[in-house]
Write a new protein. Structure first.
Length: 271
């Protein structure tokens, strides 16, 4: 007897199953559901273990201090490339949403590879905000003000990296203000991008970050000679591996950053 009986498949296979309409996400979700498997971050950390790391980093406490006690932690694993961690209110509204994956990091022209946590997405939002009460402009891409927990989030990622055994973490900040907020623990891999970034901060010291980021992304900033400046994002990295730290951020890196930073001048475009 074959694996399939006469009632297992229809004569027209297209009526039975259309593989083109399925994705890895569908298969992964259905498989985990049917086997009643507990979702594990990176196929290793249970929800309770993730909660321990969140508490150790101070992130959960920071969320509570912002006015959200009794928050709920959820893990959603759609596939190997889409691991999601949520911190939600007791009525299931999202406060923090992070999408993470482990990726092999490799420097240009170098054969060595390093496993790194890739921060594919991060959202924090203060749901206590009322539309009429916002006194300052939101950043680009925001519906609500953030929770101001990036330091704690960064500490969580570094603890996660050390526990997992990866060499650190990297992200690709879409906006200038994202890069500023991450810059306490992350640097651009490309020294030229780091130099431009540092020069912008130096040239516009004293200007509100929200206003500066808004002007940059509205193309209202130019170089000293009048050439328009266009924000170009790139990878920012934070190493937990001493070897990788020294390999990426050599003395020549910092020398190039300092030299370029002093040469670059920016100004606002007056209209």
């Amino acid at each position: 007897m074959g694996v399939f009986s006469s009632t297992d498949k229809k004569k027209d296979q297209n009526d039975w199953l259309n593989l083109d309409e399925l994705s890895l996400v569908d298969v992964s979700r259905e498989l985990n559901t049917s086997l009643n498997m507990e979702p594990k971050l990176f196929n290793r950390f249970r929800r309770e273990e993730v909660e321990t790391l969140l508490r150790s980093s101070g992130l959960l406490y920071a969320v509570e201090v912002r006015g959200f006690p009794n928050s709920i932690i959820e893990i959603e694993i759609l596939n190997d490339y889409d691991n999601r961690v949520y911190i939600k209110t007791s009525n299931d509204k999202i406060l923090v949403h992070m999408r993470l994956k482990v990726s092999q990091f490799q420097l240009k022209g170098d054969d060595e590879q390093f496993p790194m946590i890739y921060i594919d997405w991060l959202l924090t939002q203060n749901l206590n905000f009322e539309p009429g009460g916002l006194k300052k402009e939101l950043y680009f891409g925001q519906e609500y003000p953030g929770l101001n927990v990036l330091n704690e989030f960064t500490e969580f990622i570094r603890l996660l990296s050390k526990t997992l055994g990866t060499s650190g973490a990297f992200n690709v900040p879409e906006y200038f203000h994202d890069a500023v907020l991450f810059s306490r623990k992350f640097r651009f891999i490309d020294p030229e991008k780091e130099a431009v970034f540092r020069a912008l901060i130096k040239n516009f010291r004293g200007i509100n970050l929200r206003n500066l980021s808004s002007k940059i992304h509205k193309n209202e900033v130019c170089y000293e000679d009048g050439e328009p400046y266009v924000w170009k994002y790139g990878e920012m990295i934070s190493c937990t591996d001493v070897y990788l730290e020294k390999k990426v951020f050599q003395e020549s890196y910092f020398k190039k950053v300092d030299e370029l930073k002093e040469k670059l001048k920016f100004k606002l475009i007056t209209k």
